[in-house]
Design a binder for this molecule. Structure first.
Ligand SMILES: C[S@@+](CC[C@H](N)C(=O)[O-])C[C@H]1O[C@@H](n2cnc3c(N)ncnc32)[C@H](O)[C@@H]1O
Length: 567
């Protein structure tokens, strides 16, 4: 007999390859339950008649039966995507992988699923499954990295960032006068033949090119008003974002943009020639050659931290296990040896070292625990607050160091990011907002849709510093001096044109805020909690925000900062 069948590489039966593959299918089915397309009882009564044994299990059953002797037994692996010829562990990020896997699984499970759930759900189910698989494969064996995986919401127009970035657009409009001033200072001082301008965290949508058009028209105006004399200047733009940003969409809109910017400009005023390039990569790395950029701009990005903070409940368990193991090891040593060992200073030092390391490790891991909060809240332990603050200091210092290397002497930066109006770190504007999102998650936990462990281990990698914190880190780094710093506020609801303190009772505010937050946090939340919770989560969040805004007005605080490079 020659038999080939699916098996399991790892000994642990709960950690098999099929468990991962089928869990993503279950996640897709759960999403259909949430949307009312599949009955909960139907899902609960369904189990796939499939089992992937380990090699040892196969050997054991053959040995037990005594009917055959094993001539050859071997385990081989193949990628989930049957069209993926590279059988390595590399990243799989092509959108086709999810579809390929979904097709091959559908081909074998379709009759089974159709007879239990009905044929009508199949298309929807496997579309969702394809997306889940896609996300899973892109997560490089389940680890989410801010640098490789973080991006704004893409996909359906209703929820994507490009169509839900009005809040950020308002900030670009608000900071236009500062940008014009900074631009003028740079080109008047340096008069470069080509001015190199980089927008860090450009994202996608109208905001991306709004910045380009503002810079271009500022230079055109200067040329028109003869501010530059006979100096002729070209513009080179670099649009930077993380690799998973939809750069293609930006590139595809360039032709139309070039036409519209020319058409929208007053007749007789020539636009400076401009060239636009995309630059994927994290701005927490070097992006440009030394002293090659004249102006850096970044809007609504620097509050995102470079690291994701996971509460490590599993590691805590590991630490406890090590403690128990050490104690039991000591008990196994015979009494005379123990007495002998206790006289040995080396043994004492080793014990002291192990205990200190364990306590340190434990403290570090405990610091990640933030209860059911997902951002700094009133009940957040001081150790956790410090982690957020340390990360802010580290990220900002690194950012300043890298940009200082890349800026030409005399170059400038204009940065706008979310901050905090009050000095009290526990009472920031973001704490209120994300406190409400945590409430929405908690309510899904109460309904059994979100697991407690998942909720407790999630913390948003975002930080809103106060003006003083920003000043401190810049002063300490001694690489830039502050030209301008100010804090401005905008209402949570980006469609609220009136930036006043009156009461809000419109029924759409909750939904508007929810859409805006979903557009920036969807991939992060989907990767941690699963895509299936998103619709319900943001519906709940919209209701909670709605109630909150009916009681009091709420605002974001943003910090605008212009910096001069120190030589
Ligand atoms: C809210 S969007 C703002 C986009 C745009 N500047 C605007 O005003 O609409 C934040 C952007 O920052 C990007 N981002 C976050 N961390 C980044 C990093 N380390 N390097 C480059 N881009 C980053 C995100 O991918 C996202 O596109």
């Amino acid at each position: 007999m020659l038999l080939t069948f699916l098996g399991r590489k790892k000994e642990g039966v709960l950690d098999g390859d099929l468990s991962h593959l089928c869990a993503l299918l279950a996640e897709a089915l759960q999403a259909l339950v949430t949307e009312g397309l599949v009955e909960r009882e139907k899902l609960e009564s369904f189990n796939l008649p499939l089992y992937g044994p380990s090699i040892d299990e196969v050997k054991a059953v053959i040995a037990l039966n005594k009917l055959f002797g094993i001539d050859h037994i071997q385990l081989f692996e193949s990628n989930w995507d049957p069209y993926d010829d590279m059988e390595n562990d590399g990243m799989c990020s092509s959108p086709q992988h999810g579809v390929n896997v979904a097709k091959s699984i559908r081909a074998v499970f379709e009759p089974l699923l159709a007879s239990h759930f009905g044929e009508c759900i199949l298309d929807e189910l496997f579309q969702r499954y394809a997306r889940n698989v896609e996300r899973h494969l892109a997560e490089d064996n389940t680890k989410y990295s801010m640098e490789l995986d973080f991006h704004m919401a893409i996909g359906e127009a209703e929820a994507n960032y490009a169509n839900n970035s009005r809040l950020q657009r308002k900030a670009l409009i608000k900071t236009k006068p500062v940008l014009e001033k900074v631009m003028r200072q740079v080109y008047m001082a340096l008069l470069p033949p080509t001015m190199v301008v980089a927008d860090l965290g450009c994202s996608v949508g109208i905001n991306t090119l709004l910045f380009v058009s503002k810079v271009t028209s500022t230079v055109a105006d200067a040329q028109c008003h003869n501010e530059l004399g006979c100096h002729f200047m070209e513009l080179q733009f670099f649009l930077n974002d993380l690799p998973r940003n939809d750069f293609n969409q930006v590139f595809q809109s360039l032709q139309q943009f070039t036409k519209s910017i020319a058409a929208g400009h007053p007749k007789g005023v020539a636009l400076p020639p401009f060239y636009i390039s995309g630059l994927p990569g994290s701005y927490y790395n070097r992006l440009f050659p030394c002293q090659s950029v004249h102006l850096f701009h970044s809007s609504y990005c620097l509050h995102w931290q470079s690291q994701k903070r996971e509460a490590i409940t599993v590691s805590l368990l590991t630490v406890l296990k090590i403690c128990v193991f050490s104690i039991s090891l000591f008990h196994k040593i015979s009494m005379p040896d123990k007495i002998l060992l206790s006289y040995l200073p080396i043994w004492n030092n080793i014990q002291l070292f192990i205990v200190t390391q364990l306590i340190k490790d434990m403290n570090k891991k405990m610091a990640y625990l933030n209860g059911e909060n997902i951002y700094i809240a009133k009940s957040t332990p001081q150790s956790m607050v410090e982690l957020y603050q340390d990360q802010f200091q580290k990220d900002m210092s690194l950012f300043l160091k890298l940009r200082h290397q890349e800026l030409v002497p005399g170059g400038k930066m204009l940065l706008t990011f979310l901050g905090r109006k009050k000095d009290d770190v526990l009472d920031g504007d973001l704490s209120h907002l994300f406190g409400l999102l945590a409430q929405a998650l908690q309510s899904l936990f109460t309904e059994g849709i979100v697991e407690k462990g998942k909720l407790e281990s999630f913390n948003l990698p975002i930080y809103g510093p106060s003006i003083d914190e920003v000043k401190t880190v810049i002063t300490r780094n001694k690489l830039f001096c502050i030209d301008h710093i100010e804090l401005f506020e905008s209402n949570w609801d980006p469609y609220d044109a009136l930036e006043h303190d009156g009461m809000h009772i419109s029924p759409h505010r909750g939904m508007n805020v929810a859409k805006c937050i979903r557009a920036v946090s969807e991939p992060l939340l989907a990767s941690h909690f699963g895509e299936y919770i998103l619709d319900k989560l943001f519906q709940r969040f919209a209701q909670i925000v709605e109630r909150h805004l009916a009681k009091e007005n709420a605002k974001y605080s943003a910090i605008v900062l212009s910096l001069n490079r120190r030589d």
